[in-house]
Design a protein around this ligand. Sequence first.
Ligand SMILES: Cc1cc(C(=O)NCC(F)(F)F)no1
Ligand SMILES: [Zn+2]
Length: 307
Amino acid sequence: NKIEHVVGTGTGVLGDTKSINTTLRNGLYYLEDQTKYMYTQKGSTIKTNDFRNGTGTQTLMSDSDNVWNTTSQRAGVDAHYYAGKVYDYYYNTLGRNSYDGLGRTIISGVHYSTNYNNAFWNGTQMTYGDGDGTTFRPLSGALDVVAHELTHAVTDYSADLVYSYQSGALNESWSDAMASVIDSNDWLIGEDVYTPNTAGDALRSMSDPNAYGDPDHMSEYVNTSSDNGGVHTNSGIPNKAFYNFATAIGSRDVAGKVWYRALTSYMTSSTNFSGARSATLQACAALYGSNSSYYTALQNAWTAVGI
Ligand SMILES: Cc1cc(C(=O)NCC(F)(F)F)no1
Ligand SMILES: [Zn+2]
């Protein structure tokens, strides 16, 4: 039985229309993308499943005519489309073939649980809730959320930063930083899916972490055991350092390359904030030289947040 790549049309969470890479098998169309290098390399694909508002069984999303325009298909359309965009960024810009660097299949699941106000990487796949319609709308509807979650997978297969206290805040921050490079038209995180009834707000801000109650300087570090030692709060400090660096040099792409090289070449599971400063400076020196203007800007970016 023939299994062929076809291009479908889908409606996303925000009602926008987009082309999606699908697979035709036995007369049914599936959310399986066979267009990436990893497919030619080892048959790996990008697959998007439906939890049907449960938390156990998930099934590959299918459609009869390759026009994915029902309300319940929107979360899957965006999870699938944005996962492809994030794959493309890591492969084309950073030379990384999927999250493990070896072209491993990317799996997403949508409609996880009921009124679930979050998204997460569980060590094997990405998983997205629908939100409760007040705090969140379906979370795969934001490219920065998808990039944030897939970057957790990249981190796990590289530095593997322990998800608590300072290494955990770095784990969170690197996901926000890469998300801000991939979804590059603002310095907000989650703005497209956060509080659908409130315009202009977001889950976090890289440019002004204080806007959402997060610290932007070491003097404001929050000592807590909540949220694994405040990993989603204290991330504001390295997030601000990334913002300082990217804006000082005038390039999110260069900043992203330095951050990626630090994560994959110089950071380890126990790296703390001071170690992150050192790792990014080593990465910057390796890529551009320690006499480059980038290097000085990076020193200043960390100093400005008290690290
Ligand atoms: C508090 C808190 C924030 C997050 C968070 O950032 N989740 C990832 C996102 F992509 F769904 F936003 N989780 O708990
Ligand atoms: Zn996260």
